[in-house]
Ligand binder design. Structure first.
Ligand code: ATP
Ligand code: MG
Length: 735
């Protein structure tokens, strides 16, 4: 049997039906691991190998480069064909290819360049400067968000609403930005899609050509398409084009980027009228894992509805581990990983998934120390992230102002009006006097000289103000006063960056603890080379080393670290999901948004269904995150899993009862500061029996903050569950 015949023979009847569907469009709506992606790939192979179509008349589209590559690999393992000329790729990749072929129609130079997100931002900054626009009022990031948002909705400046002054100005900038890009021969990411869409819609001959060419269009992860993507697909589909979209409404996790699950219903109505195919057998996971996923997602409302079962048997129960802290959570995960590697498990079959990027640091640190190669997907390793490097550059200048690399990196970041010309002059002066940039500042001339002085004064002030602070507070102070936080507050995806910056404070605290450094800034004697180093210098070299090359080489067998978002569509033998705590997973930002918790639940469903053989979920009673200690309240999602499929490795804390929805107004745990005074809690203590006029009798579970700011988590049992009460407001009586 050829690999293709083998693959065909293992398909179940419904899969086979989907793969061999005659010329009719269809929507495959099916749960995780039911073979949607397998069906798409096998269908392509079937269409080609039965001679119905040539490889060139197939278009297949998916969401990430990793998934597109995977599809190509699967296809070429089934059929000995050259997949290179095939139109298989991401939306952006395919649109790029289209525009390359039709650059004249698209009114682009043949060698047009693509601006990535960072390039686009600098291009916008340049423009705003040239237009003399106040970047306080019209922040570059905001402008970028506006322009990209408009393009993703298919709107050119003329189509935009010009209601108020602000809006009019934005549109004016949009016009100028388009002119600048056109002049420079560049296109940004959303432009790739929009331009391709426009060329097709305006050019009848071209559209007719492609509609005739693509006999089949296949779309994976359809639940995450946005309006423009769907419109583009509709343009490409001719009278005789057969479409197959596969997706899972329960895995729709990009609503925040404009993805619309409704496209599935639309697609069914517009194309797949009588062909809704549901796959119900899951081939990926053992029963306990699947039961957990099914039970969890059944709590969501408004589902399109489908069942999922397996005949693989129960397998091992889902293991739950409650750690005392994030540090011991990481210890546990690393010990388990070691044990599994010893049993012969490949490292690449083990994945560690987390909700927020900032969570990876502690785990990275543990893997690094244990000498286990790992790879972080869909993001940089902690110390290599731009915002962390920026913060470290400020710290480096405190330690050594003559560090030119650090100087260049942050002298104008956040922007303080020091332009390229000023820096050129400064570099000339430094060369002339054979000194560092820092030392050359007094020689600076021109309009930027005063601004450069301002910068060095700021660094000097930071150094002076922090000289007696313990390392974590020093780091905290520098991050706050370098205006990095303020800068990122204005960014669209700045929240993540702020979390990472705060995480740097935790890294400093952990470093201080581990190194046994005294917690003040007194100089320490290094026992290796007799030189005197400060905790700051020690920390900086620690950061530089960890940013080094322990990251696994390409192709090397490595444990996989990624956010849940990045894990979509993938599968692993062993999966760890970290941080099962209220406010973290579900994420606190989701709690006040309509449908927020349901989107988080879908995300958890995606996470659980990545696991084939073994699934672990962990939580920490106490975690340093966002620069603060937070006390974990068990995630509501743990209570939504079937008891029979779980195995608690730690005693299940009986005091935590199920979260009920009435408690959602207090569901966001608030945080204490790491400086907090544990003792002054207005006379309350954990374990104390209390009474509240509305909620009745309860017991104090956790205390946070101190003095006037003390907050108590009180478990009232029954339908009230755990409530968080500010003690200076709530009338809480001691019983
Ligand atoms: P997701 O929703 O996570 O993207 P999916 O529906 O795309 O999942 P696949 O990745 O295609 O699912 O398949 C899941 C696993 O099941 C793969 O390892 C695949 O090889 C296997 N599989 C699919 N169909 C069958 C089958 N009929 N017999 C055996 N294994 C199968
Ligand atoms: Mg898939």
């Amino acid at each position: 049997m050829t690999p293709f015949e083998q693959q065909m023979s293992r398909l179940n009847p419904t899969q086979l039906q989907a793969v061999t569907l005659p010329s009719q469009s269809a929507l495959v709506l099916a749960g995780a691991g039911s073979g949607k992606t397998s069906v798409l790939t096998t269908r392509m192979a079937w269409l080609i190998s039965t001679g119905q179509v040539t490889p060139q008349s197939i278009l297949a589209v998916t969401f990430t480069n990793k998934a597109a590559k995977e599809m190509m690999t699967r296809l070429s393992s089934l059929l000995p064909i050259n997949t290179r000329g095939m139109w298989v790729g991401t939306f952006h990749g395919l649109c790029n290819r289209f525009l390359r072929a039709h650059y004249r129609d698209a009114n682009l130079p043949q060698a047009f360049q693509i601006l990535d997100t960072a390039d686009q931002l600098s291009s916008i900054k340049r423009l705003l400067k040239a237009m003399n626009i106040d970047t306080e009022k019209f922040q570059p990031k905001q402008v970028q968000y506006f322009i990209n948002g408009a393009k993703e909705e298919g709107l050119r400046p003329a189509d935009c609403d010009t209601g108020d002054f602000f809006q009019r100005k934005m549109v004016e900038i949009y016009v100028a930005y388009e002119a600048q890009c056109q002049r420079e021969g560049v296109v940004d990411f959303p432009e790739l899609l929009l331009r391709a869409y426009e060329v097709l819609s305006k050019n009848d001959a071209l559209r007719a050509h492609y509609q005739a060419r693509f006999a089949h269009i296949l779309i994976d992860e359809f639940q995450d398409t946005n309006n423009l993507q769907y419109a583009w697909i509709k343009l490409l589909a001719g009278q005789n084009t057969v479409l197959m979209a596969v997706g899972d409404d329960d895995q729709s996790i990009y609503a925040f980027r404009g993805a619309r699950v409704e496209n599935m219903r639309l697609f069914e109505a517009e194309f797949a009228k009588n062909n809704l195919i549901k796959l119900e057998q899951n081939y990926r996971s053992f029963g306990h894992i699947l039961d957990a996923a099914n039970e969890l997602i059944s709590q969501n409302t408004n589902r399109l509805g489908k069942d999922l079962w397996t005949d693989k048997g129960h397998g091992e129960p889902v293991r739950i581990y409650e750690a005392a802290s994030d540090f011991s959570e990481a210890q546990f995960v690393i010990e388990e990983i070691k044990a599994q590697i010893n049993e012969g498990q490949m490292r690449r079959d083990i994945a560690v998934l987390y909700r927020a990027n900032a969570q990876s640091r502690v785990i990275e640190h543990g893997l690094f120390n244990a000498g286990i190669p790992y790879r972080v997907y869909g993001g940089l390793r902690f110390f290599e992230r731009a915002e962390v490097k920026h913060a470290l550059s400020y710290l480096r200048l405190l330690d050594n102002p003559h560090d030119d690399t650090a100087f260049i990196r942050v002298v104008n970041f956040p922007a303080r009006g020091i332009g390229a010309r000023t820096l050129e002059l400064l570099q000339d002066a430094a060369r002339l006097h054979n000194c560092s940039l820092w030392s050359a500042v007094p020689f600076a001339t021109g309009s930027g000289a005063a601004k450069l002085m301002g910068f060095t004064r700021m660094i000097d002030a930071l150094r002076f103000d922090t000289q007696h602070l313990p390392l974590p507070e020093l780091v905290d102070h520098v991050i706050a006063h370098s205006t990095l936080i303020a800068h990122y507050k204005n960014e669209k995806e700045g929240q993540d960056r702020i979390e990472n910056l705060n995480e740097l404070v935790n890294a400093a605290a952990a470093f201080t603890q581990i190194e046994g450094h005294a917690s003040d800034a007194t100089a320490l004697q290094s026992d290796t080379d007799n030189t005197i180093i400060t905790p700051l210098a020690g920390f900086l070299s620690h950061a530089a080393l960890e940013a080094g090359d322990n990251q696994a080489q390409a192709g090397q067998d490595a444990v996989q670290l990624m956010t849940v978002h990045a894990a979509k569509g993938l599968e692993f033998k062993t999966v760890f999901i970290l941080g099962l705590e209220e406010g973290l997973f579900p994420h606190e930002n989701s709690l006040n948004e309509q449908g927020g918790v349901e989107e988080e639940r879908r995300l958890m469903y995606v996470a659980i269904t990545r696991a084939q053989d073994r699934l672990y979920m962990t939580l920490a009673q106490q975690r340093m995150l966002h620069g603060q200690t937070r006390y974990g309240i068990k995630s509501r999602f743990l209570d939504e899993l079937p008891e029979a499929s779980l195995k608690w490795l730690t005693p299940r804390a009986s005091v935590y009862t199920a979260w009920d929805n009435t408690a959602s107004e207090v569901a966001t745990p608030s945080f204490g500061s790491y400086k907090k005074d544990e003792n002054n809690t207005m006379g309350f203590r954990v374990g104390q029996a209390v009474h509240h006029a509305k909620f009745g009798d309860g017991v104090v579970v956790k205390l946070e903050g101190s003095g006037e700011d003390t907050r108590a988590y009180v478990n009232f049992g029954g339908s009230y569950g755990i409530k968080c009460l500010a003690l200076n407001v709530a009338k809480l009586e001691v019983k």
